[in-house]
Design a protein around this ligand. Structure first.
Ligand SMILES: CC(C)(COP(=O)(O)OP(=O)(O)OC[C@H]1O[C@@H](n2cnc3c(N)ncnc32)[C@H](O)[C@@H]1OP(=O)(O)O)[C@@H](O)C(=O)NCCC(=O)NCCS
Length: 307
């Protein structure tokens, strides 16, 4: 049978999550000799990705058999992809390359001028794969985790943080995103979080600080929340810290027992800031960019670009 790449449909989701789970179990066994539990993404996670970039999620089909999958993300001028998986039995036969090529085509058609992805820094195999496709290694990004404790009722009230209201003006946030990387635009994440009830958005006037925490179930039976975004003007670490407190508290109140954060070495805050807040390093990835500028250190910026 010949290989065909087509846009992912809602009806593909069960097959996609099955394939993803198999691929990652195989990956950890091969690369680290580790037997990890099956981790399945939820339908809700995949529906959110599909709704955000409906023309940018693809499946590779060998006849009726799904053999690969990729998800693309666009945030204005920034185009990213991941997760990306190919059936272990037929890895190394060009399917990964075909999926990435399709994603790049989509990202360019959406006007993205910075195209990239992240992969595990420990995976020489993946880095070689992306290098062959023209991607260049940039800096490291880190996955951090904190176990969340119970929240005492008196901690619930925040002094200065307030909930973002639909219709609130985004102009000041957009100016801040634009300083990080011209054209970077997270509006879609704000809209998705509200429309799909993925979590909470907290803002503070000082330093135009804003935060998105996702508390929906991203993986089946996972009790962890994810900091999707935390941005503030440079020099406003204290404000950002207060927003992170707020996000940890709402996550805890929803029964989440842990918080995941992904941070990038180029911009503040440095790792020490997280360690002092009780976060531990879970893993390190490397950012790879095909073309276009990388972000600058113009703002306090914590974001999860990797799916
Ligand atoms: C990474 C992955 C998507 C690559 O897909 P794939 O179908 O196996 O890769 P391809 O066959 O398309 O390889 C494309 C090119 O990269 C090269 N390549 C692949 N692995 C390589 C390696 N270990 N070293 C050097 N080159 C490599 C291939 O030779 C090929 O080059 P060519 O076009 O000159 O022949 C796949 O292996 C996978 O699903 N891995 C597990 C999950 C994962 O790591 N996903 C990515 C997370 S960021």
């Amino acid at each position: 049978m010949g290989l065909a790449i087509r846009v992912m449909e809602l009806s593909d989701i069960p097959g996609v999550v099955e394939l993803q789970a198999i691929v990652w179990q195989d990956h950890f066994l091969k690369e680290r000799n580790m037997q990890v539990p099956i981790m399945k993404r939820t339908r809700r996670n995949m529906e959110y990705y599909l709704a955000k970039d409906p023309g940018g999620c693809f499946v590779a089909m060998d006849g009726n058999r799904m053999v690969g999958t990729i998800v693309s993300h666009t945030w204005g001028s920034v185009g990213w992809f991941g997760p990306l998986e190919v059936n272990p039995v037929i890895q190394g036969t060009g399917i990964g390359k075909a999926l990435v090529t399709e994603s790049i085509k989509y990202l360019r058609s959406r006007g993205c001028t910075t195209v990239g992805c992240e992969t595990m820094a420990s995976s020489a195999r993946n880095i070689a794969f992306y290098n062959k496709l023209g991607f260049k290694a940039m800096s490291l990004s880190h996955v951090l985790y904190k176990r969340l404790g119970d929240v005492a009722p008196e901690e619930v009230e925040s002094k200065r943080a307030r909930r973002f209201q639909p219709g609130d003006n985004l102009d000041e946030y957009k100016a801040l995103w634009n300083n990080i990387l011209p054209g970077l635009d997270y509006s879609v994440e704000i809209a998705s979080t509200i429309e799909r009830e993925l979590g909470h958005i907290w803002v503070m006037d000082e330093g135009h600080a804003h935060a998105i925490v996702h508390t929906y179930e991203m993986f089946e039976e996972s009790q962890n929340a994810i900091m999707k975004l935390l941005v503030a003007e440079k020099g406003h670490e204290a404000v950002a810290s207060e927003l992170l407190d707020r996000c940890e508290i709402v996550a805890s109140m929803e029964g989440k027992t842990g918080m995941f954060i992904r941070t990038y070495d180029v911009n503040p805050p440095v790792l020490k800031w997280f360690f002092e807040r009780g976060y531990e390093l879970q893993g390190t990835s490397i950012r790879l960019i095909l073309d276009g500028p990388d972000e600058t250190d113009a703002a306090f910026h914590v974001s999860c670009w990797s799916g």
